[in-house]
Design a protein around this ligand. Structure first.
Ligand code: NAI
Ligand code: DG6
Length: 547
C-alpha cells in the first residue's frame, strides 16, 4: 500500500517532556482530572453535594502513518452518496465551474475536520490566540485520498444517480461526470419491509435470495475484494441509505451477540439490512457508522462489536435543524430561560423526504430528532422539576422523560416541488421571569445534501483516526513507568467521540448521551489534545484576568 498523497502545509509539534515522537507514533503521558460528586441528605435535612477532585494517568499512542483508506457507502447512489463523491472528485482534480454567482472553486465547507480550526494556545509575545486546522492536530486522512465505493439497491451509475439527485450545478455535474461514469454501486441487501414501499421501484440492484447469513458473507466479501482491488490498508463503511423502520428488540433474537448471530443464521425477519451490514463490518473489522436514524445497533450488535473490539458509531447525521437545536436549547437552558415548547417543521422534496412520507420510517426520524434536548432538560433541575422517581432512573434521558420537560413536536412533509432545498422551521417558546414569554422563530433553508455530505467524510476520517489511537491506564506500581507495547489497548468500540455529527449518539451502554453541540466539540478537540499531551482547552484566560 502506498502512503496518502495529499499533505497539508502546516504541521504541529508539541514541545513537552510528556510527549515523545518516533517514526511510528506519538506517545503522550496524560493526567486526566475529573470530579466525583456524592449526593446525600445531611443532618439538617438539606441535600448536600460533596465534590472530590480525582486524577488518573494514561499513556496515549497514536500511529502516525496515515493508511490508504477506502470509504464504502451504503446508499452510494443516493443524494448524499453522489454529492460527496462529486465533492471529493472536484477537490481532487481541482475542478472549477460556473453558476449564476460566477466562478466556483471546490472546498470542504461544512466539514468539521477539513474546514474548521482548533485553538492551539496563545502567542506569549502578542497574547493572541493561535488557531490551527482541526485536521492537523493529529495525522488524519485527507478526503481527496479516500478511495470511494459502495452499494445501492438502485443500479444507476454514479453519473446517472447524480443527475437524478438534482443537487449540484449543471456545470459541475458536466465536469465530474466522466470521472463517475465507471462508478457503479454494488448490489445490496434489500428487505422491502424495512424501508418505505415507495422505494420499491428503485430496487433493481439487489443481492438475490433470502438467506441472511449468505448476505452477511456477501457483504464481507465485497469489503475484502474492494480492499484488495484498491490496495487499501483500511476500509470505513458508512450507512447513508434510506431510513429504515425500527427493528423490534426481541429477547432471544437481537438482545445478545450470540442471539443476533443465530437470528442471522435463521434469517429472522427482524434483522434489518443495516444490521446485516453492521454484522459484516464487525466481522471484517471495518469501522461502521450509521448515518440514518434507525436502531441498527440493537443490543446484540453492540455486544458483537465489543467482543471483536470492532468500531461502530451512530446514529443519524446531525446537519441543520437538529444541530441548531443542540445549540439553541443549550443556550436557553444554560441562560436560565425555560423552553416550554419546541415545534419543528420540515418539508423537502428529495428521495429522503419521499421515504420519510411513510409512517414507520418517519417514526425513526421523529425519535432521533426529538431526543436532542434530553440532556439539557436533565442539566437544570431549577427549571424542570424532576419526578419522585428521578433518583432511581437509570439515565439522564429517563430522568428527563419522567420529570417535567418541554413539549416537543417534529413534523416532516414531502413536497416534491422543493427538491433537495429542505425547509426547516422552528418555534421555541420559552418562559421568562415573572411569567413572560419569549418566542424564537428560526428558518433554515439549504440544499440538504450539501449540508449533510461533508459529515460523511468527517465521520470516516474521525473513525479512521480512532483506530490508530491506543491507550494504557497507568496505575498501581507501574504508574511512573512508560507503558510496554503489550499494555496498550484500543478505544472502546462505540465511538461516542463522533457525536458532534450525529443526532442521536450511540454511547457505551449505561452512560449518558451528550447532545450539546459545544460539549460534543470540546470532547473531540480535548481528546485530540490529550493524544498530544496538551491539557483540555478552557477559557480561564488567567493572563487577562490577573495582574
Ligand atoms: P437518498 O434517498 O437520496 O439516498 C438513499 C439511497 O439508499 C438511495 O439511493 C437508495 O436506493 C439506497 N438504499 C436504500 N436501501 C438500501 C440498502 N439496503 N442498501 C443500499 N442502498 C440502499 O437519501 P439521502 O438524502 O442521500 O440521505 C441518506 C440517509 O441519510 C437517509 O436515511 C437520511 O434520512 C439520512 N440523512 C440525510 C440527511 C440529508 O441532509 N440529506 C441528513 C441527515 C440524515
Ligand atoms: C427531514 O427532516 C429530512 C431529514 O432526513 C433531515 O434532512 C435530516 O435528518 C437532517 O435533519 P437535521 O435536523 O439535522 O437538519
Amino acid at each position: 500500500p502506498t502512503a496518502a498523497r495529499h499533505e497539508d502545509k502546516e504541521t504541529i509539534r508539541i514541545d513537552s517532556p510528556n510527549v515523545t515522537y518516533s517514526a511510528e507514533d506519538i506517545k503522550s503521558r496524560y493526567e486526566y482530572n475529573t470530579t466525583h460528586v456524592q449526593k446525600s441528605t445531611n443532618a439538617q435535612g438539606k441535600t448536600e453535594y460533596v465534590a472530590k477532585p480525582v486524577k488518573s494517568t494514561y499513556e496515549f499512542k497514536t500511529e502516525t502513518k496515515v493508511p490508504k483508506t477506502g470509504l464504502m457507502l451504503v446508499g452510494w447512489g443516493g443524494n448524499n452518496g453522489t454529492t460527496i463523491s462529486a465533492c471529493i472528485l472536484a477537490n481532487k482534480h481541482n475542478i472549477t465551474w460556473h453558476n449564476k454567482e460566477g466562478l466556483q472553486t471546490p472546498n470542504y465547507y461544512g466539514s468539521l475536520v477539513r474546514a474548521s480550526t482548533i485553538r492551539l494556545g496563545e502567542d506569549p509575545e502578542t497574547g493572541k490566540d493561535v488557531y490551527v486546522p482541526f485536521s492537523n492536530l493529529l495525522p488524519t486522512v485527507h478526503p481527496n485520498d479516500f478511495v470511494v465505493g459502495g452499494w445501492d439497491i438502485s443500479g444507476h451509475s454514479l453519473t446517472d444517480a447524480m443527475t437524478r439527485a438534482k443537487v449540484l450545478d449543471y456545470d459541475l455535474q458536466r465536469q465530474v461526470a466522466p470521472y463517475m461514469a465507471d462508478m457503479k454501486p454494488l448490489p445490496s441487501v434489500y428487505y422491502p419491509d424495512f424501508i418505505a414501499a415507495n422505494q420499491g421501484e428503485r430496487a433493481d440492484n439487489v443481492i438475490p435470495g433470502n438467506d441472511k447469513a449468505a448476505h452477511v458473507e456477501h457483504v464481507r466479501k465485497d469489503i475484502r475484494d474492494f480492499k484488495q482491488a484498491n490496495g487499501l490498508d483500511k476500509v470505513i463503511v458508512v450507512w447513508t441509505a434510506n431510513t429504515e423502520r425500527y427493528a423490534e428488540i426481541i429477547p432471544g433474537v437481537n438482545d445478545t451477540a450470540d442471539n443476533l448471530l443465530n437470528a442471522v443464521k435463521n434469517s429472522h425477519e427482524e434483522v434489518s439490512p443495516s444490521t446485516i451490514f453492521a454484522v459484516a463490518c464487525i466481522l471484517e473489522n471495518a469501522p461502521y457508522i450509521n448515518g440514518a436514524p434507525q436502531n441498527t445497533f440493537v443490543p446484540g450488535a453492540i455486544q458483537l462489536a465489543e467482543r471483536h473490539r470492532a468500531f461502530i458509531g451512530g446514529d443519524d447525521l446531525k446537519t441543520g435543524q437538529t444541530k441548531v437545536k443542540s445549540v439553541i436549547a443549550d443556550f436557553l437552558v444554560n441562560a436560565g430561560i425555560k423552553p416550554l415548547g419546541i415545534s419543528s417543521y420540515n418539508h423537502l422534496g428529495n428521495n429522503d423526504g419521499y421515504n420519510l412520507s411513510s409512517a414507520r420510517q418517519f417514526r425513526s426520524k421523529e425519535i432521533s430528532k426529538a431526543s436532542v434536548v434530553d440532556d439539557m432538560v436533565y442539566a437544570n433541575h431549577l427549571l424542570y422539576k424532576r419526578g419522585a422517581e428521578a433518583d432511581k432512573a437509570s439515565s439522564a434521558k429517563a430522568v428527563a422523560e419522567k420529570g417535567e420537560h418541554p413539549d416537543h413536536i417534529v413534523v416532516i412533509k414531502h413536497v416534491p416541488a422543493v427538491g433537495d432545498q429542505k425547509v426547516a422551521m422552528d418555534d421555541y417558546t420559552s418562559e421568562l421571569c415573572l411569567g413572560g414569554r419569549n418566542r424564537l422563530y428560526l428558518t433554515n433553508l439549504c440544499e440538504d445534501s450539501l449540508l449533510a455530505s461533508p459529515l460523511l467524510i468527517d465521520l470516516a476520517i474521525m473513525a479512521e483516526l480512532c483506530t490508530r489511537v491506543t491507550y494504557s491506564a497507568r496505575e498501581g506500581p507501574a504508574a511512573d513507568s512508560p507503558a510496554k507495547p503489550e499494555e496498550f489497548q484500543s478505544l472502546y468500540s462505540v465511538l461516542s467521540l463522533l457525536s458532534y455529527s450525529l443526532k442521536a449518539p450511540v454511547v457505551k451502554p449505561g452512560s449518558d448521551v451528550v447532545n450539546s453541540l459545544a460539549r460534543q466539540r470540546s470532547a473531540v478537540t480535548n481528546f485530540m489534545r490529550a493524544c498530544v499531551g496538551l491539557q483540555p482547552e478552557n477559557d480561564l484566560l488567567l493572563s487577562q484576568r490577573l495582574w
